[in-house]
Design a protein around this ligand. Sequence first.
Ligand code: ZN
Length: 84
Amino acid sequence: MKNKITNIHLCLCNNCQSILEDTNPQINAPLYNVGTLNPEPLIQIEDMKACPFCKTDAYLSDDVDNVLKGSGVDKIVTNLKRIS
Ligand SMILES: [Zn+2]
């Protein structure tokens, strides 16, 4: 059976070390195949997208690659335009 493929944008909260679904990605942000992992999405607080655990965007980072190393999550696309 084929693994489920789920390609989403990710970001990291440096406060709680959570990998989160980036629901407000930058243009050209890489997509990640997270398979059956199900990262919590960022939540909307007033005019910002924030970590659902810390309730702030102060610690959010796009630098998820180091954290994901060895986790089984593959970075599959480095440029959004390539998937069309
Ligand atoms: Zn957090």
